[in-house]
Design a protein around this ligand. Structure first.
Ligand SMILES: O=C(O)CCC(=O)C(=O)O
Ligand SMILES: [Mn+2]
Length: 206
């Protein structure tokens, strides 16, 4: 196999999974991405949420923050999030991601994975306020982590994995959330910090 040229290495790549609409941008051009990651880690008011499973309450294995337009509140894992106002960094990233996807976003969920022990269970971003076929634009900064996709009903399809490196953007559209779950496992490999930002459009619920 030949080594990709720098342009090919940055070219968006469609990921072929039945019923999904996935596109990976391996490297989004971001000014000062390393400094941006450090600013997010130090300045975002990270929150530790808890999750209750089978009657046992534990801290979620990651920290979170929610930013957006006024009123773009979002219930996630049974927790209602009121958005913090956009910062300059986050508004700039929102506009970059909106340009990449040719659509608009009114909110972003930030997840901070401090090390390889932090993770996110398999889930779909299929809450009512996201609408039937949401565009979820997921930007990764920091350590490369592997995202796993599992089909919701078809057990004949193998679990698929995608590595998400620094400055990559994974765009999920169409029936992806209706058909597939995604998540990040903890890893025993040495693993630095990572911040993931999922840009979303919250719809008013009637
Ligand atoms: O950290 C990631 O790459 C995934 C985040 C995610 O799935 C979410 O915020 O819903
Ligand atoms: Mn998700």
């Amino acid at each position: 196999m030949s080594t990709p040229t720098p342009t090919e290495a940055c070219a968006p790549r469609r990921i072929d999974l039945p019923g999904a609409d996935l596109c990976l941008h391996p490297r989004v051009a971001l000014a000062d991405a390393d400094a941006l990651l450090s600013r997010l880690i130090s300045h975002v008011p990270w929150r530790q949420e808890h999750i209750t499973l089978f009657g046992v309450t534990r801290p979620q294995p990651r920290l979170v923050a929610w930013y957006g337009d006024p009123g773009a509140s979002y219930t996630y894992s049974g927790i209602r999030h009121e958005p913090l106002p956009w910062t300059r960094d986050l508004a700039r990233l929102r506009d970059t991601m909106a340009g990449l996807c040719a659509c608009s976003f009114n909110s972003v969920l930030l997840n901070y994975y401090r090390d390889g022990k932090d993770s996110m269970g398999l889930h779909a971003d299929d809450e009512r306020e996201l609408g039937a076929d949401p565009v979820i634009a997921s930007l990764s900064l920091g350590a490369t982590r592997r995202m796993y996709f599992r089909h919701k009903t078809r057990r004949d399809l193998p679990t698929h994995s995608i590595d998400l490196p620094h400055c990559s953007a994974l765009i999920m559209r169409g029936d992806t959330q209706a058909c597939w779950k995604h998540g990040l496992r903890r890893t025993a490999r040495p693993c630095g910090p990572r911040v993931n930002l999922t840009f979303r459009q919250i719809l008013p619920l009637s």
